[in-house]
Each structure stands twice: as structure tokens, then as C-alpha cells.
Write a protein that binds this ligand. Structure first.
Ligand SMILES: *Cc1c(COP(=O)(O)O)cnc(C)c1O
Length: 451
């Protein structure tokens, strides 16, 4: 009988992150300074990021060493377990082998702490005292407030207003770790005040909260800004997840036919799938990489691949990515962490080049999958992660139809113990699908910056 939990020891925590920029057939077009239309320089980024991260952003070195201080904190929960979902296989009566990597064991409850710790570290060693950030559902704010606490940094979090109201316990966690949390848009910043004047009842969005956090960081010497997804260095830090998974799959004696992850800004998917993409790019491995997003915020499947801002106010560089338009304000679907208008440029390039396949799911199918999973494996998944589960279930049922024992592995990016209101809605039949209407998409795309 094969193992159910495939574990590694602390000594097997990766010593290096994997940088896919070394192996890409086509690099994404560079980020542009919106004022000059030229590629951004390190000097453009220095007011808000430390040099350690700016260097990683542009590095083409394949392996980047993980600082010992970061690995020391990783030891609190890494290596995370890989599970063989035997009971789910049985519930689905599928011949497929289903594995999942579980990032919900981190103190923050999601993969986000992998990069939060690294980012806090590089800021600390360069003398920064405070970090600002945004948070949507609250997971990123939680992770960064924990990481700042470990390194003795202050943390200021702009939390999307709808989540601030719906998820008071997320705010409590951030405050336990010493963060200051504001509902965004707020009165603290010019960007926030301007949006409040135009749209006093706005639910807020990640794009607005990012503008506020950057404005504050750019205005103070002692303060930098920290982003929880999208950027190259964030995807880089998350590769510890995929690197461990590869070791664990080898230990289990299987190589995956399909690798699945959910996509908000693209960091957990990238961190999980890039080490497998490496096999595909450098050794011709036959493995499908599937990125799953919500139909309510269908960036990879319906967005344009073009230059756009990462925020609403236009403070960020122009990023070359799939986007629904930085002025897009997504409906209040419950997978709060998947409501971003853009995606990681590295991931977008892999989608454009046909190396990664993108799919979108309605949330009722996602929650149905989440409950099936919870009842067989005993873990309540984050609604974001449940997008990966629901796609894995589709693959497992297809394998059953075809009578094939294919091997599926997905990333369970976090647990859903603070997302119970969404489960209540699902269980009481109140959850509805909101596929993005074409006219709304066209309206948002019409406001794209002209480059
Ligand atoms: C934030 C979050 C996501 C989405 O963000 P990515 O950058 O796409 O990974 C997915 N799952 C969980 C549990 C999250 O907290």
C-alpha cells in the first residue's frame, strides 16, 4: 500500500529558489516606467523596494540561494506535507492517483508566508523600519504581519473594504501580530480620498488598496511597499512549494501527468508549477500545467495580454500581462483572493506560449468540489484553493471515463477556516455564479492605458 502522507525532513527544505527566467524561451516584455515609456530601472523601484528584491526581479540566474535567516523561519512549518488523496479517489471511484501539496499548515494558513518572510528579511537587512501593503481576503495581510513581527518591522495594511466588513477575524489576526489595518479606500491617502469622493459606497478593490499602500511607502524614507503576488520575486519565493513537491512525488514513485493550481495574481500556481515547467522546458517532460481561475474574474482566459497598471491610480510600472483592465472592480465573489484584475507577467508569458493551460470555473462547481474534498480528506479548503480541487475532480472523472490511471497533483494553497460565511452561503443555496458579462469586460478594457 502506498503512503498517504509523503514527508520530507527539515534538512530537505530547499536551499535555493528556482528562477524560471533562466529557462524561458521568451521573456515577458519588460515593465515600463509610465512617465518615460522606457523599461523601469532599479532607481525607479528604489523608493519602494529593497535592492535585494529588485535584483531578483530582473535576475536570470537559475538558482538563487535562500538566506539562512529565511530558512530558519521556514522550519516552523516547512517542508509542508504532500498527501495522496486516497479517500477522495475512492469517493470519485476514479482510477486516477490524486496527490495534493498542503500549504495550509503555515502559521498564516496559506502559501503566502513563503514570500512574506523573504520580503521582510530583505527589507530588514537594508534598514527599512516599516512595510505597507494591501490585502483582499486578508491572507496576505496576515502573512506579512506575521513576517514583520518575526523581523521587528512595523506593518500597515490597507484592507479592501468589503473584506474588512465581512472578515473581522482576519483583522484580529493581523492586529495580534501588531499590524495597523485600515479599510480601503481610506482617508489616509490622496488616492483613497479621491476614490471616496467619486464613489463613497465602493466595496473597494485590490487595485485601489495597492495605490494607497504605494502612496504611503513612496512618501516615507523609512517605509517600503510589499506585494503578495504578481511580481517575479514573489513567484520565485513560492518555488519552495513546487521544489518540495517534486521531491515528494519522486519519493512516492510517480511523476505527474497534470499539475493544477488556482490563480489570483499567479504566485501559488507559479511557485507550484514552475519547477515542473522547468522539466518541460529543459527535458521535454510530458506534463500538463493547468491554471484555474474564477469565471467572475477571468483574467487569463478572457483578458487581453498587454501593458497595464497594477493598481487603480497608476502608481505602479506598466506590466505586460493578461488583464481585465486596472479600472475593473470585480463582483464580490467569495474567493476574495482571486479578485485581481491582472496576473504575474511570467505566468502570462507561459500561457501565451502554450506551456501553461488556463481554465475558468463557476463558483458553485468550486464549492461543490470543496465540500466533496472536505468530506473525504477532512480539510476545509480555502475557496481560492478549491478552484484547483474542482479542476482536479474534473480530471479524475475524465480519467474514469477513459479508464486511465493518470497521476494528478494539485496545490491546496490554504485552509478555509476563516471563510465559513462563504460556506454558509453555499450550504444554504444562496451562492450564485457571476460569469463576467462581456459588456462589462469591454467597458473595463476600453480604459486601458495607451502605450
Ligand atoms: C491569496 C491566495 C491565493 C491567490 O493568490 P496567488 O498569488 O494567485 O497565489 C490562492 N489561495 C490562497 C489560499 C490565497 O491566500
Amino acid at each position: 500500500m502506498d503512503e498517504v502522507k509523503i514527508m520530507l525532513t527539515e534538512k530537505e527544505i530547499p536551499t535555493h529558489w528556482y528562477n524560471i527566467q533562466a529557462d524561458l524561451p521568451n521573456l515577458p516584455r519588460p515593465p515600463l516606467n509610465p512617465a518615460t515609456g522606457q523599461p523601469v530601472t532599479p532607481d525607479d523601484l528604489k523608493p519602494i523596494f529593497p535592492m535585494g528584491l529588485i535584483r531578483q526581479e530582473a535576475s536570470r540566474e537559475r538558482w538563487i540561494e535562500i538566506p539562512e535567516e529565511v530558512r530558519e523561519i521556514y522550519r516552523l512549518w516547512r517542508p509542508s506535507p504532500l498527501f495522496r488523496a486516497r479517500r477522495l479517489e475512492k469517493a470519485l471511484a476514479t482510477p486516477a492517483r490524486i496527490f495534493y501539496k498542503y500549504e495550509g499548515v503555515s502559521p498564516a494558513g496559506s502559501h503566502k508566508l513563503n514570500t512574506a518572510v523573504a520580503q521582510a528579511y530583505y527589507n530588514k537587512v537594508e534598514g527599512i523600519k516599516r512595510l505597507t501593503t494591501e490585502t483582499g481576503a486578508g491572507q496576505w495581510g496576515t502573512a506579512l504581519s506575521q513576517a514583520c513581527n518575526f523581523f521587528g518591522l512595523e506593518c500597515v495594511v490597507y484592507m479592501v473594504r468589503v473584506s474588512f466588513q465581512q472578515k473581522p477575524y482576519r483583522r484580529s489576526i493581523m492586529e495580534i501580530f501588531g499590524a495597523r489595518v485600515y479599510a480601503s479606500p481610506s482617508e489616509n491617502t490622496e488616492a483613497g480620498r479621491k476614490i471616496l469622493a467619486e464613489m463613497p459606497d465602493t466595496p473597494g478593490s485590490l487595485g485601489i488598496a495597492i495605490s494607497e499602500a504605494i502612496e504611503e511607502a513612496a512618501g516615507r524614507e523609512d517605509t517600503n511597499y510589499s506585494l503578495g503576488s504578481v511580481l517575479n520575486h514573489v513567484c520565485l519565493h513560492q518555488t519552495v512549494v513546487g521544489l518540495e513537491t517534486k521531491e515528494q512525488m519522486a519519493k512516492a514513485g510517480y511523476y505527474p501527468d497534470v499539475v493544477i493550481g488556482c490563480v489570483g495574481g499567479g504566485s501559488n500556481f507559479s511557485g507550484f508549477a514552475f519547477p515542473f515547467a522547468c522539466d518541460k522546458l529543459t527535458q521535454g517532460a510530458q506534463v500538463r500545467l493547468v491554471a484555474v481561475e474564477p469565471t467572475a474574474c477571468p483574467t487569463l482566459t478572457r483578458g487581453l495580454h498587454t501593458y497595464d497598471f497594477g493598481d487603480v491610480a497608476g502608481f505602479t510600472p506598466l506590466l505586460y500581462m493578461h488583464t481585465l483592465g486596472s479600472r475593473f472592480i470585480p463582483p464580490g465573489i467569495h474567493a476574495g483572493g482571486l479578485r485581481y484584475h491582472g496576473d504575474a507577467p511570467l505566468l502570462c508569458q507561459l500561457v501565451a506560449d502554450g506551456i501553461v493551460e488556463a481554465q475558468a470555473l463557476n463558483q458553485t462547481e468550486v464549492f461543490e468540489g470543496a465540500v466533496t474534498f472536505a468530506r473525504s480528506e477532512g480539510i476545509v479548503p480555502a475557496p481560492e484553493s478549491a478552484h484547483a480541487i474542482a479542476w482536479a475532480i474534473r480530471e479524475a472523472l475524465r480519467a474514469k471515463e477513459a479508464g486511465e490511471a493518470r497521476t494528478i497533483v494539485f496545490n491546496l494553497s490554504g485552509h478555509g477556516l476563516l471563510d465559513l460565511a462563504a460556506y454558509d452561503n453555499y450550504l444554504s443555496g444562496k451562492l450564485e455564479d457571476y460569469p463576467l458579462p462581456e459588456n462589462e469586460l469591454q467597458k473595463a478594457l476600453a480604459m486601458l492605458p495607451k502605450v
